[in-house]
Design a protein around this ligand. Sequence first.
Ligand SMILES: [Zn+2]
Length: 153
Amino acid sequence: MFCPYCHSEETRVVDKRDNSETGVTRRRRECLSCSKRFTTYERIESIPLNVEKRNGNVDEFNREKLKKSILKAVRKRGIKEEVLEDLIEDIELKLLNRKKTVIKTSDIGKMVLTRLKRIDKVAYLRYSSVYNDFNSVDDFINEINLLNENNGR
Ligand SMILES: [Zn+2]
């Protein structure tokens, strides 16, 4: 990054603002040579990522929707926001790296479950109950038994 006034390469960021709606990051920089300030904008190139639902409908991947579904599962579990952000980011990056443009919701669900299992067992069970359509207490008991079996390993 060169200073537009003196072309020095030594600059520092004095302020950074992300706009999640536009995907634009705005940085206020200060030149270390001439002390003048200037602004840079950075935009993420959007990669289309689509999600195929169980009923076959295809929708654009929605990070907020994914977050909401996870938030429901971790409600009152005292899990830090940044832990969830990391989890979602991890999944998003994995999805983007697959280079497939259509991903099944069931695949995303599995990815969430693998990660929740490591973070919080209760949240895992809650998510699993929605994802796997639990409709009886037995379904929960079975899943808990599976969890306990796997814990020993
Ligand atoms: Zn300068």
